[in-house]
Design a protein around this ligand. Structure first.
Ligand SMILES: [Zn+2]
Ligand SMILES: [Zn+2]
Length: 329
């Protein structure tokens, strides 16, 4: 099988491997599409996160090609998407309904760097537990959007602010745009998206979302920081109303330096969110199946697996017009 791996010099290279067989409780998928995540773009430069030989790819759809021993309830040919975190289902956090922070989730996840190989490949091994069936209404391309959409679903739920209040999304990339779309779906009519990228702002407007410049918004009760930069986090605490909440959606690798006075004096909350519960992953599929999220507009490009390196270069260029780009084997 073909994989795209991070080489020692950090380039993405195509490598041929013997196709692996699924172990007990596992299946092998033929990958249909795999989204390029913002974290993939950042982590590929960081050997501690993506050691040489890492096969990235955690936003995937595909078909079951081979069933391992002890797999039940699934059939070869089933169309699926994958919850890539290895939530164990057995630890105290999993049993208390907080599987999103299971200590095994990232360490043994698929395509997350230090865990198991991901779906920048034509085939991938995943656990039966990670599989979610795709209904007919969700095509393979939209199926690759379930994972980032689940992040947005949880971010909006965790902010838990009243729907009649002003809320703000900073950043018009995939997570920012999906968060703004979920906010609309949940009835937040005063949600505003701020994107410094003009092309992304235009796309958001063409989808009927409200956009504005950061210096031209009413003080929000919640800011979804989806730009992943220290500057955006700082802006969030400066804009918020007293008692407001900053949802840090996604992972900035740089330290955050936040001004203490607005945080302390205004009793602001700062919360992180990057993953989701199983229920929220299922809700993302339901939103796509109900055609409440325009997947075909959020996905702005599809490129062959062999062009992953070129795609990464495009997506790290400032001001590019893409939102979500998929790799196709
Ligand atoms: Zn992702
Ligand atoms: Zn667990």
């Amino acid at each position: 099988m073909r994989t795209i791996e991070v080489a020692a010099d950090r380039r993405l290279v195509e490598v041929d491997h013997a196709t692996p067989e699924p172990g007990p409780g596992q299946v092998r998928l033929d990958v249909a599409y795999c989204g390029i995540c913002g974290s993939d773009l950042h982590f590929r430069d960081v050997p501690e996160l993506f050691p040489a030989g890492t096969v990235p790819g955690h936003e995937l759809s595909g078909r079951i090609a081979v069933l391992g021993p002890e797999v039940d309830g699934w059939t070869v040919g089933d169309r699926v998407c994958v919850l890539p975190f290895a939530q164990c289902g057995e630890c105290e956090l999993c049993r208390s309904g907080n599987e999103q922070v299971c200590p095994h989730a990232v360490a043994n996840g698929v395509g997350l760097g230090t865990g198991r190989p991901g779906a920048y490949a034509d085939a991938v091994i995943v656990d039966q537990r990670m599989l979610f069936a795709l209904p007919d209404e969700v095509d393979d391309r939209a199926g690759a959007l379930v994972e980032p959409l689940a992040v947005a679903v949880r971010a909006v739920a965790q902010a838990a602010v009243p729907v009649d209040q002003p809320v703000l999304v900073l950043g018009g990339g995939p997570i920012g745009l999906l968060t703004a779309l979920v906010l609309r779906e949940r009835g937040y009519e005063r949600a505003v998206l701020v994107s410094r990228n003009a092309a992304r702002a235009r796309l958001a407007e063409s989808l009927g979302l409200r956009t504005a410049a950061a210096d031209d918004v009413e003080p929000p009760v919640a800011v979804f920081e989806c730009a992943g930069t220290p500057a955006a986090a700082r802006q969030a605490v400066e804009l918020l109303r007293p008692l407001g909440v900053v949802m840090l959606v996604g992972l900035s690798l740089e330290p955050l330096e936040l001004p203490a006075p607005p945080v302390v004096i205004n009793e602001l909350q700062i919360r992180g969110v990057i993953t989701y519960r199983r229920r929220e992953f299922a809700e993302a599929i339901e939103l796509l199946a109900a055609r409440r999220i325009p997947a075909d507009r959020v996905i702005t490009g599809t490129v062959p697996l062999s062009q992953a390196e070129e795609a990464f270069r495009t997506l790290t260029r400032p001001g590019h017009a893409h939102v979500k780009v998929l790799l196709a084997p």
